[in-house]
Design a protein around this ligand. Structure first.
Ligand code: PLP
Length: 392
């Protein structure tokens, strides 16, 4: 590898002192191998994962039938830790393999009967959002996509499309394309005014930005572990507790029933968010993901956001100096954890950076997503390398 990893000494001024930051970095071995600023795509795995995997193997090696009970406790603990991060009560979050599965499960709770049959979304969503709701077209869902093909979220245009025909408005908290965040208090107020529910894809924010779902009154929130939560292959769903009894998923499984753990056919739903469960869960991904979640919870989401904003601000300043076009909103309250840069030949630029040990992603724009364990030096190393590899 040709790059030198910057020293972790220089961190942004803020709530994390240098010693605590160095200790945090030491938990993420990946950081010693490269300049890793790809957290909006895949977060770094903490070293504690190795112990969990070893324990998992030991469990398999010495298998007994009651293992499942312990695994269920682990799954519940993980779901409740996510709930705590969201400002939601215990029992209001359920997990499954990925966001798409959970989104389709939520979508299957509705009848899509005119006049309230519309699902309003934007063209800045992750592809699963339009794909899932287009599929529900066969049950009457009418998808209304707002946007002009550009990277900016026009919240006025989005809100203007909401009316008494709107059943759901499904948007990202922060777009995976541009990082632009939605003004949630405004959106929730407007949606509720017309009798619509807000389904929020928070994959790009939970773990790097505060989100208090109870204070905001958001109806449904989805996200996943493998980006800002430093976990792997598991996703979560929160449903507003007073809404839960009104929703019955057609796409379901035995774990959503009230008698699931007796292995008898259920006649009613399991309590709280468990009614949105499916079949046999994947315990290992939640057990692994608990490690990263606990580390982040120990730092606190406000401190994480503070650090993230300082690092993304540095990207903005360095991009400005270098004449690199920034696509993401620059106002702190409108940007998420990522800064997207419009560079010529972006895919090749990403590859050239990777060859120097500087890791980011490209999805139409070059996306740089520093997390709480990154340093100002790493952002500078990224920008120095970018300037060198840009086509002249
Ligand atoms: C905003 C957003 N939503 C959803 C996903 C992924 O959804 P799934 O878990 O279904 O793969 C991603 C990225 O992987 C994302 O960035």
């Amino acid at each position: 590898m040709s790059q030198t990893c910057p020293s972790p000494q220089t961190v942004a001024p803020g709530p994390l002192d240098a010693a605590a930051h160095a200790a945090l970095r030491a938990e993420f071995p990946l950081l010693a191998t490269c300049v890793y600023l790809n957290n909006n795509s895949t977060g770094a795995a903490p070293r504690g994962v190795e112990r969990v995997l070893h324990e998992y193997w030991e469990t398999l090696r010495t298998w007994r039938d009651d293992v499942w009970m312990g695994w269920h406790d682990g799954l519940d603990r993980y779901a409740d830790s996510i709930a705590a991060l969201l400002g939601a009560p215990a029992g209001s979050v359920v997990t499954d393999a990925n966001l798409s599965t959970l989104l389709a499960r939520v979508a299957s709770c509705f009848d899509y009967r005119p006049p309230r049959d519309r699902v309003v979304t934007t063209d800045l969503e992750y592809p699963t959002v339009p794909f899932v709701f287009r599929a529900f077209g066969r049950y009457g869902a009418r998808l209304d996509v707002v946007g002009d093909g550009g990277p900016h979220l026009d919240q006025d245009a989005l809100e203007a499309r909401l009316d008494e025909r709107t059943l759901l408005v499904c948007v990202s908290h922060s777009s995976f394309i541009s990082g632009a965040t939605v003004d949630l208090p405004r959106l929730v107020a407007r949606a509720h005014d017309v009798g619509a529910l807000v389904v929020l894809d928070a994959f790009q924010t939970v773990g790097v930005m505060p989100l208090d779902v109870t204070a905001l009154g958001v109806d449904v929130v989805l996200g996943g572990a493998h980006k800002w939560l430093c976990g792997v292959s598991t996703a979560f769903l929160y449903v507003r507790p007073d809404l839960v009894p009104k929703l019955e998923p057609a796409a379901t499984g035995w774990q959503a029933g009230d008698r699931a753990l007796t292995f008898q056919p259920s006649t009613d739903w399991a309590p709280a968010a468990r009614r949105f469960a499916g079949g046999t869960p994947y315990p290992v991904t939640s057990l692994i993901s608990q490690v990263g979640l606990d580390l982040l919870a120990g730092i606190g989401i406000e401190a994480i956001r503070h650090h993230s904003l300082a690092l993304t601000q540095r990207v903005l300043e360095r991009a400005d100096e270098a004449g690199v076009k920034v696509v993401s909103p620059t106002a702190p309250h409108r940007r998420g954890g990522v800064v997207c840069l419009d560079v010529p030949d972006g895919e090749a630029v990403k590859r050239r950076l990777a060859a120097r040990g500087v890791i980011c992603s490209w999805r139409g724009y070059l996306r740089v997503g520093p997390h709480v364990y990154n340093t100002i030096d790493e952002v500078d190393a990224f920008m120095d390398a970018l300037v060198e590899v840009l086509p002249r």
